[in-house]
Design a protein around this ligand. Structure first.
Ligand code: NAP
Length: 332
């Protein structure tokens, strides 16, 4: 698989990563299987992916333990990116950016991941009660201590900023400028996909101009862009899509032209090419610093997603995707 650099020149990863979240979090719990998930991680590594994206809060903790089982056997094949800063409570998820907490969280992640160094340590959410420079300073000390190789910032809470009338990532860019004064950012993680392209406005260019990598989260639109979900199929109450405004039967039907467009492009590249692969290849075309992290707990989809790195979209393909209707249904 093609390799891409994220941030500092020494951080090289397969162009497509693996999002491990669906193995332990966010989607229907009854469909999860530990053994199936392990097969998916191995399949992705075998197919040339190296970046495994996890977080201490996925599970919580279960996802890191699962990744740790693989790292124990093949640490040299993997680039592990995890996150700290969100605590899962009985009813709420809260941010914690206190320096002492961040250091404890890192030690706990290292133990669960069964490794002595985390390749990319990301701040999952900034804590509004703690100046971000203090949190970032603690993370920089982890680099100095050799427990972490590089730092990243997640910008997934940005929709609320847009609701408040600002550009979706304005506040994130301000945070990035602040933490850069403390220690270099190697990578930013935010939602980016054919149906959620907002990060292309400011965030992706900000990263490109500073040599910062960009991890595209939710690159398949939580599965929608693969075309394997049927409008009205419904989701279990524990699945985020049960509350997601784009996953009502009405909105899934209204957004079918986007899937149809991806399928049209896929057909031009051969019978075996899928809409999901076109969605990932489109992301790879947004800049050499962009690494999509499609999430899956199934080996066959991990392999399919990795194969998207071989797909080269043409100018005609990009133009056709650019002309697709904007997604309907939003959090705004
Ligand atoms: N930093 C953050 O706050 C944050 C937030 C969200 C996500 N993320 C990261 O981004 C990663 C990706 O996001 P995501 O997993 O939510 O969304 P996604 O990658 O857009 O979509 C995942 C969904 O698509 C399905 N899928 C995957 N490959 C497929 C294929 N080839 N054909 C059909 N369906 C396919 C998966 O099904 P199965 O589950 O059944 O395999 C899963 O339900 C996460 O794993 C996580 O690492 C980070």
């Amino acid at each position: 698989m093609e390799r891409r650099r994220i941030g500092a020149a020494t951080l090289e990863v397969g162009a497509i990563g693996l999002g491990c979240m669906p193995m332990s979090w966010a989607y229907t719990a009854s469909q999860r299987s530990g053994e199936g998930s392990l097969r998916a991680v191995h399949a992705a590594l075998d197919a040339g992916a190296s970046l495994l994206d996890t977080a201490d809060m996925y599970g919580p903790f279960i996802n890191e333990r699962l990744v740790g089982r693989v790292l124990k056997e093949r640490r040299e094949d993997a680039f592990v990116s995890t996150k700290c800063g969100l605590l899962v409570g009985e009813t709420h998820i809260v941010a914690n950016g206190h320096p002492s907490y961040v250091k404890r969280a890192c030690d706990a992640s290292l133990r669960r991941l069964r490794t002595d160094v985390i390749d990319l340590y990301q701040l999952h959410r900034a804590d509004p009660e703690v100046p971000i420079e203090e949190t970032w300073g603690a993370m920089a000390e982890l680099v100095a201590a050799g427990k972490v190789r590089a730092l990243g910032l997640c910008a997934l809470g940005a929709r609320a900023q847009r609701r408040a009338g600002a550009g979706m990532h304005d506040a994130t860019v301000r945070q990035l400028e602040r933490v850069q004064q403390v220690f270099p950012v190697s990578c930013v993680q935010a939602e980016l996909s054919v149906w959620s392209p907002e990060a292309l406005e400011a965030l992706v260019p900000w990263c490109a101009s500073r040599g910062v990598g960009f991890l595209a989260a939710m690159p398949l639109g939580n599965g929608f862009l693969s075309g394997t979900l049927t409008p009205g199929q419904g989701f279990e109450p524990d699945d985020v899509r049960a509350r997601h405004p784009r996953f009502t039967a009405e909105m899934m039907a209204a957004n079918q032209p986007i899937v149809a467009g991806l399928r049209r492009v896929a057909r031009r590249h051969g019978d075996s090419v899928t809409a999901a692969q076109v969605a990932l290849a489109w992301l790879l075309g947004q800049g050499r610093h962009v690494v999509p992290v499609p999430g899956t707990k199934r080996a066959r989809w991990a392999v399919e997603n990795c194969a998207a790195a071989e797909l080269r979209l043409t100018d005609e393909d990009f133009a056709e995707i650019a002309a697709l209707p904007p997604a309907q249904g939003s959090w705004d």
